[in-house]
Write a protein that binds this ligand. Structure first.
Ligand code: GNR
Ligand code: NI
Length: 172
């Protein structure tokens, strides 16, 4: 089932999310719904707080070539255990901040550890778009959005646009 994506500003997007206490069938359904919501958007990642669930769960699939096989990843309680000194700049967007893009600098490579839906501990080194995306998603779990990296004036400009968009969506 597709879920509704919250639009910034929303207090739920600013909360530090709680660790997932155990892997359950309910969690598997939630992960499936998040992947469906992400692919439909379309997006390359989605964090549980974006659908109003304040738990440490993210999904991502950064294989963006049209001809590549889907490569969905579900991460429970993900954490970055190492980051490169080398950085990368990427023009980031967010499904909770539609149609707004800005350059964000982040470590180019990260080592991520998470639990999969079988409860197995996984670890992977990521670079390129995968590295950018997984850092963007884990930021969501800390109540942090990519606009928090921008200068206050630019951030404010985007927030005002989103307030206007939400007013218009409420009227429609
Ligand atoms: O779909 C998304 N695209 C994207 C592009 C550059 C950097 C990060 C992202 S993540 C975003 C989906 C989203 O909002 N995930 O939280
Ligand atoms: Ni996002």
């Amino acid at each position: 089932m597709k879920r509704k994506i919250l639009i910034h500003p929303d207090p739920r997007l600013k909360k530090v999310c709680a660790a997932v206490p155990d892997i359950s069938d309910e969690l598997r359904v939630l992960a499936k719904d998040m992947l469906e919501t992400m692919y439909a958007a379309p997006g390359i990642g989605l964090a549980a707080p974006q659908i109003g669930i304040l738990e440490r769960l993210v999904v991502l699939d950064c294989e963006k070539e049209d001809d590549s096989e889907p490569a969905p990843l579900v991460m429970v309680n993900p954490r970055i255990i190492a980051s490169s000194d080398e950085t990368n700049v990427y023009d980031e967007g967010c499904l909770s901040i539609p149609d707004q893009y800005a350059e964000v600098t982040r470590p180019a490579e990260v080592r991520v550890e998470w639990l999969d839906l079988d409860g197995n501990l996984q670890e992977r080194d990521m670079d390129g778009l995968w590295a950018t995306c997984v850092q963007h998603e884990i930021d969501h779990l800390e109540g942090k959005l990519f606009i928090d990296y921008l200068k206050p004036l630019k951030r404010q400009m985007i927030t005002r646009k989103m307030q206007k968009l939400k007013r218009e969506m409420a009227r429609a």
